[in-house]
Design a protein around this ligand. Sequence first.
Ligand code: ATP
Ligand code: MG
Length: 247
Amino acid sequence: MALNLRPDFPLVSEPDPLIVMRGLSREFLRVGQEPLVVLDEVNLTIRSGEFVAITGPSGSGKSTLMYIMGCLDQSSGGEYLWHGQHIHQMTPKQLAYLRNHDFGFIFQSFHLLPRLVAWENVALPLIYSGVSRKQRKERACELLDRIGLGDRLEHFPSQLSGGQQQRVAIARALINQPTLILADEPTGNLDSRTSVEIMELLRNLNDQGATLVMVTHDGSLAAMAHRQVEVIDGRIARDVLLKGIPD
Ligand SMILES: Nc1ncnc2c1ncn2[C@@H]1O[C@H](COP(=O)(O)OP(=O)(O)OP(=O)(O)O)[C@@H](O)[C@H]1O
Ligand SMILES: [Mg+2]
């Protein structure tokens, strides 16, 4: 049996969890003041295939944690391992590859480009992968069709409802078949019926094998996850297993 020398860090039984964060911190420097500590000694392990809901009060550090997880921001201290590899040791090129191929981001406010139609928005990440325009269009249209927007391919974001815009954003996040989907309040700008539809879509993706980390203020959405992690004042205040991952 393995000996746990650090009882504050739970023993990881799997050889290679998707994400391991150890003693992770994020501080922001302030002129003439002490640094603002936004994440404080965060220890978090996420296994492949999990659906983790991140909850907690406004300003507690949830988005900051998501940005670091998705390598859009770097921690000030501690360790972050992706598939056992230290993020801090990766080159900017390797990080850019990770962001484009391994992570799919979904934000509360969709972040679609207003001058591009639906399929062009979805195809955007493929430009950086060097895929031809013809192939980009084919793949984007196929994906939009699969998530029920086959009749909205040539619509601009302003011509789509909030739920449809979020579907386009989800398709864009999925176009490179990411291992990890990071969703920061994906239903925050949607009515409750549309929220349920978007949640079903995300849950489906998780059932098909994608790991899903989602920030939400909504207790009933958080209850759909395998696990609920509560962040308070930049610390993990609660980490509760709600249900196991099906085999
Ligand atoms: N770039 C930055 N510079 C300075 N302070 C920042 C920066 N980004 C975030 N913060 C501060 O970090 C704290 C946590 O912010 P964060 O956005 O992570 O909170 P949150 O839990 O996502 O909140 P919400 O639920 O309102 O989205 C806040 O006090 C915020 O002002
Ligand atoms: Mg936030």
